[in-house]
Design a protein around this ligand. Structure first.
Ligand code: AOF
Ligand code: ZN
Length: 327
């Protein structure tokens, strides 16, 4: 399953609105003989890709998949049928498929005499490669990660507004890698006026990475003439997070990053539409600068938004914190 998760990770950001699923086929002796991951929409699912590589070696073998194999004719034929035809005798999966159209694969496989076991590394998969899609499948809304870089005292700029560069080069490079695996990046029109961002995913040399998320600008005012995002971004003339998310869901965008600034972040918090926080905290003090969120709807301590930290790691000299709101 660790290898299947690695396959999943490989295609993250290329499969929406479908989930990035990974699959490994073992032959009858337990050797890994086929690896596969979901192809872009309309293309083969992970199981079919892995079975193709395994060929005749799949006979009497085992399939390990991050999601329960689908049982339906969608844009592609059912994976349960492909597994059965290839002579697979055992299936291990991490998570059941929450999509009612595709679910029920485990039962179909068992009825065909194949042994099925679910729940393998379920937490790793549900917090990892399938997190955003699971949220989308359950709520119909894209999964929102709010990302920001701040000083140790929670400021995103100095008193005079200067903000380049709070976080380290290591952290900034890491953010570019993260961007390439996402469907969209959202910023407010205020950030466009102030910072004129390009919102592209670039490598260490500043070259664009092969996959680019859709830049999205939120706000009612026009973008300034000549702004880098003027002709590339989807401009949504609203301030309501739910309008934004509905527009993105309609375009099949599942995994989105909210990047700035503090006014827009506040609107998403007040609407309860932040699903995860990714904070880069630099070991610096800025004192009087603006805070990362402006008005999160908290007026007294009992209203504080409480989060659970999932992960803390160093990113160069900075701290990277991943946290999710408590429900
Ligand atoms: C799998 N393996 O690799 C993926 C699955 O429209 P379709 O035919 O592409 O089906 C999409 C649905 O299939 C999707 O909503 C999800 O329930 C499941 N995705 N299933 O067996 C895969 N990506
Ligand atoms: Zn399938």
């Amino acid at each position: 399953m660790v290898l299947a998760i690695a396959q999943s990770e490989r295609v993250r950001g290329t499969t929406s609105p479908n989930p990035p699923v990974g699959c490994v086929i073992l032959d009858a002796d337990g050797n890994a003989v086929g690896f596969g991951a979901t192809q872009p929409v309309g293309g083969p699912h992970a199981e079919v890709m892995a079975l193709r590589e395994a060929g005749a070696k799949a006979q009497g073998g085992t399939a390990v998949v991050t999601l329960e194999p689908c049982s339906h004719f969608g844009r592609t034929p059912p994976c349960t049928e492909a597994l059965r035809e290839a002579g697979i005798e055992h299936v291990f999966h991490a998570l059941s498929d929450p999509n009612p159209r595709a679910a029920g694969g485990a039962k179909v496989l068992e009825d065909a005499g194949i042994t099925v076991e679910g729940g393998l590394l379920a937490t790793e998969v549900s917090r990892g490669p399938l997190r955003a899609w699971l949220h989308y499948a359950r709520t119909g809304r894209p999964h929102v990660t709010w990302k920001y870089a701040a000083s140790l005292d929670g400021r995103i700029a100095a008193q005079d507004g200067t903000s380049q560069w709070i976080s380290s080069e290591t952290s900034r490079e890491e953010v570019h890698g993260t961007r390439a695996k996402l469907d969209a990046i959202i910023v407010g029109s205020g950030t466009v006026r102030k910072d004129d961002p390009a919102l592209t995913a670039r490598d260490a040399d500043g070259m664009p990475l092969p996959r680019q998320p859709l830049p999205v600008v939120v706000g009612t005012s026009d973008l300034p003439e000549g702004a880098k995002l003027q002709h590339t971004a989807l401009h949504l003339r609203t301030h309501d997070p739910d309008d934004v998310l509905a527009a993105l869901a309609e375009r099949g965008l599942v995994d989105v990053l909210l990047e700035g600034g503090p006014t827009l972040a506040g609107a998403f918090w007040r609407a309860g539409r932040v699903d995860r926080v990714l904070a880069y905290i630099a070991p610096a003090l800025l004192g009087n600068g603006p805070a990362a969120v402006l008005d999160a709807g908290v007026s007294t301590i009992t209203d504080a938004v409480r989060l659970t930290v999932e992960d803390v790691t160093m990113s160069g000299p900075d701290l990277r914190i991943s946290a999710v709101p408590q429900t």
